[in-house]
Design a protein around this ligand. Structure first.
Ligand code: UD1
Ligand code: CA
Length: 473
């Protein structure tokens, strides 16, 4: 398509959100609403994309600048709108940045689930110089601008709810808040807008009547998908749209064969790739990039973020598995057939080999565990390299931090670490060595040795416990 430019309006206050956070930065499925809009725009190959900011402009612009979140695949320009005098006034601020030889797509920053396919259809409807408006018929159209058509069905105008007569309020076809405008006409129409209306605002929607007056064809592109064009004006609307979006994601996964115990209790805030026969119990939250191999089972109420979980692994209920940025250790990796949890915590850089077992209240950070290693109860492994078949006892920890620097603990293959040990890093336990329970290990141990580092037991015979006396209670 030749010459497409985009304006996204995001300067409004969002009074009904009752929040300090600008409305378009409220998150849907883990990403700011306006980010969803820009992701749909990204697929269009637009020449220029201008975001109109005003209320909370600094925060909105900061959230979208390079370096904040995932990079946008296009250069985003900002146009400030101060004060905010309506949607027509918003587009007036962006107009000087736009070429006049193409089609300008005007979008609402608070309509997050719009799809690229619909935007393409809208832009295509205006490609020959017509004005195209996205419309939807609603059972309850209150609050929306109404599409006024003449007896022959041609669109004549958009009338805002607050300005509409009783007859106009009975119209169910509404303005979804998106338009494709011929660039050559846009500035002229914007210059002719006025604010003599119920809200005292410059309405973008008034350009429809101007187009009709100028003999420019006006086309309505109609959608039936209320979720796609739903605007968010309140926390309740945001929550409803979140559920609708999650439902769609859940359905897509189930169509691909993923077994969700309850699609209504499933949340994906990122991307999830699943092999065959994956089972996910209720109440799980997935964030960032997660992949689950064939036959993986995720127990109830787990949070899984930025993780690669290999075939046959099981994450038992209430586990928290969260990788991080590369400089923080990177994604969590769980090997084939590994068992994790219940109540386990895997932090950035945790890399578990095949058949590793991580039990309840065990925390693993920036550590590699080779095949078959086990830490089954109440333990901490940080900055450690753990060999194959190691058994790491209950209550044992790596003391990896001296207050300034982090140090590594290296545990050779087949080492047995007893319960309640402190491994003071940097330290190396030779392959096949054994650490006696309760030891504080500060020196390397030779392969095959038994290391005992604790006070010897003293037994005092015939010990008399204190007895209760009449006065001293
Ligand atoms: C708007 C439309 C209405 C449509 C509805 C669909 C107008 C006059 N009305 O109404 O016909 O049915 O969307 O959701 O266009 N904004 C600015 N600057 C401003 C005012 C608003 O940037 O001065 C932005 C807002 O941040 C928002 C968008 O424009 O992203 C829409 O504004 P909003 O006040 O929500 O318009 P509605 O009353 O919903
Ligand atoms: Ca709105």
């Amino acid at each position: 398509m030749a010459g497409l430019d985009v304006v996204v309006m995001a300067a409004g206050k969002g009074t009904r959100m009752k929040s300090r956070l600008p409305k378009v930065l409220h998150r849907l499925a883990g990403r700011p609403m306006v980010r969803h809009v820009l992701d749909a725009v990204a697929a269009l190959g637009a020449r220029r994309v201008v975001l109109v900011t005003g209320h909370g402009a600094e925060a909105v612009e900061a959230a979208l600048r390079p370096g904040a979140g995932q990079a946008l695949p296009f250069a985003l320009d900002f146009a400030r709108q101060e004060p905010q005098l309506g949607t027509g006034h918003a587009v007036q601020q962006a107009a000087p940045l736009l070429p006049e030889d193409g089609t300008v797509l005007v979008l609402n920053g608070d309509v997050p689930l719009i799809t690229a396919a619909t935007l393409r259809a809208l832009a295509a409807a205006a490609a020959d110089g017509a004005l195209a408006v996205l419309t939807i018929a609603l059972d309850d159209p209150s609050g929306y601008g109404r599409i006024v058509r003449d007896a022959r069905g041609a669109v004549r105008a958009i009338v805002e709810h607050k300005d509409a007569s009783a007859a106009e309020r009975a119209i169910r076809e509404t303005n979804a808040g998106m338009m494709a405008v011929p660039g050559a006409r846009l500035r002229g129409w914007l210059a002719r807008l006025h604010n003599r209306n119920a809200q005292g605002e410059y309405y973008l929607t008034d350009i429809v009547a101007l187009a009709v007056a100028d003999g420019v064809p006006v086309r309505a592109v109609t959608t039936e998908d209320a979720v796609e064009v739903a605007g968010v004006n309140s926390p309740a609307q945001l929550a409803a749209l979140e559920r609708a979006f999650q439902r769609r994601q859940a359905e897509r996964l189930m169509e691909a064969g993923v077994r969700l115990a309850d699609p209504a209790r499933f949340d994906l805030r990122g991307t999830l790739q699943c092999g065959a026969d994956v089972e996910i119990d209720v109440g799980c939250v997935f964030e960032g990039e997660v992949s689950l191999g064939e036959g993986v089972r995720i127990g109830a109420h787990c949070v899984i973020a930025d993780a690669r979980i290999a075939a046959g692994a099981v994450i038992h209920p209430f586990s928290h598995v969260a990788g991080g940025a590369v400089d923080k250790g990177g994604a969590v990796e769980v090997g084939e057939g590994a068992l994790v949890g219940p109540f386990a915590r895997l932090r950035p850089g945790a890399r578990l080999g095949a058949q590793v077992h991580i039990g309840n209240f065990v925390e693993v950070k920036n550590s590699t565990l080779a095949e078959g290693a086990k830490a089954n109860h109440l333990a901490y492994l940080g900055d450690a390299t753990v060999g194959a078949r190691v058994n790491y006892g209950a209550g044992s920890i790596t003391a990896n931090y001296d207050g300034v620097h982090k140090h590594r603990t290296v545990i050779g293959d087949d080492v047995q670490v007893g319960s309640n040990c402190v491994l003071v890093a940097p330290v190396t336990l030779g392959a096949g060595s054994t650490v006696a329970g309760g030891s504080t290990i500060t020196k390397d141990t030779p392969a095959g040795a038994l290391a005992v580092a604790r006070g010897r037991q003293v037994s005092i015979e015939h010990w008399k416990r204190p007895v209760r006396t009449a006065q001293g209670r």
